[in-house]
Design a protein around this ligand. Structure first.
Ligand code: SIN
Length: 355
């Protein structure tokens, strides 16, 4: 009897040791330090990540890269399921679904948040960012921190800002060189009051439409034009429906990567750490990738279509900036004076340093 008990004890200790060693090895695979709270990771965690663009865009690729890094770092314990092309939800439905906890992650363009949280209109102000460095300073500084804070009371937690790039104008009727050239045109826009005001100031109309409807609306002439980044214009084949494109860099299209807040807070600390590390790596990669893709795809558009491409010179750009300046005064009370002033100071800093 005594020897039976001794053998049983050895077997039990052996089994426990094997399980613990195996589990630790799995977690150490990616140099993640051991932490007592990691035990929660032996249950699989599923994260549904919905977005509206194609898989071969900066955001589409970044979402896949993020999923793959998370899988690798967690040894498969955390699975990020990516749903591209609006296959689950349109932009606005996605925000509701995330807040309700039906999905766990989204990466909407800033404009799409502005209906719910007007401060996000700040990122749509025309010519707010003279260059990519200014954009990154906004993302990583007080402007980004203030915008992240607006998410917290709405069941959302901001994890990162992802770049896409500067927006360009396209249309079917005439080249857009001076503000007068916009008269009577109808542009598809994202749902943003600032963008609607921008087109009003140019004498044009605008129609908010979901991204998935843009190609068809341009093709059928429901709208005459639209504004977007080169990668969206290329991957959604919008350029094939348009006769003219102006490289205006008049606005910025970026994304905020958001996770459902209660879901985030319920994750084991180790899972949070893995997600944060994966997000940091993905963001650095994405910000590089977006600039490259926009450059390469502009050349692809040039060589594979008859679209006429104009680039604004300094004097022409000054005319656009002047025509659009009233948007700042109009929206400062809605966005909030401090945030509007921060954007204006950043803009001044980069215009003055011409860097
Ligand atoms: C996106 O890049 O997520 C969509 C942009 C748009 O709606 O134009």
């Amino acid at each position: 009897m005594k020897s039976f008990l001794t053998i049983s004890l050895f077997v039990i200790i052996g089994l426990i040791t094997a399980v613990l060693v195996g589990f630790r090895e799995n977690l150490f695979a990616e140099n993640i330090p051991y932490d007592a709270e990691q035990e929660g990771l032996n249950q699989q965690i599923i994260i549904k990540f919905s977005h509206v663009v194609a898989e071969n865009t900066p955001k589409g690729l970044a979402a896949l890269k993020f999923a793959s890094i998370v899988k690798e770092k967690s040894g498969g314990q955390i699975e990020v399921q990516v749903f591209p092309n609006g296959m689950l939800y349109s932009e606005s439905q996605g925000i509701d679904a995330l807040r309700n906890g039906d999905i766990q992650m989204i990466a909407p363009a800033f404009s799409n948040l502005s209906l719910l949280i007007p401060q996000w209109l700040a990122m749509d102000l025309p010519y707010a960012f003279p260059n990519q460095k200014a954009v990154e300073e906004a993302f990583n500084g007080e402007i980004g921190a203030e915008l992240f804070r607006t998410l917290e009371s709405r069941n959302m937690k901001g994890l990162a800002f992802w770049s896409n790039g500067f927006k360009q104008m396209t249309n079917n009727r005439n080249p857009l060189i001076s503000p007068e050239d916009f008269k009577q045109l109808n542009f598809r826009i994202m749902p943003s009051e600032v963008i609607a005001a921008q087109f009003r100031l140019l004498g044009a109309r605008s129609t908010p439409l979901a991204f998935n409807e843009v190609y068809r609306s341009l093709l059928t002439g429901t709208v005459d034009g639209q504004e977007n980044t080169i990668s969206n214009i290329y991957t959604k084949r919008l350029y094939q429906t348009q006769n003219y494109m102006t490289l205006s860099n008049h606005g910025y299209l970026g994304y905020v990567v958001i996770i459902n807040k209660p879901f985030w807070e319920g994750l084991p600390k180790q899972a949070q750490r893995i997600i944060r590390q994966a997000m940091e790596e993905t963001t650095a990669w994405m910000n590089d990738q977006a600039v490259k893709m926009n450059q390469e795809q502009l050349e692809l558009i040039r060589h594979s279509s008859d679209i006429k491409i104009d680039e604004l010179d300094a004097a022409e750009r000054e005319q656009w900036i002047k025509a659009l300046e009233p948007v700042y005064r109009q929206f400062a009370p809605i966005i909030g004076e401090p945030l509007t002033s921060r954007i204006q100071s950043l803009r001044k800093k980069y215009i003055e340093s011409a860097d």
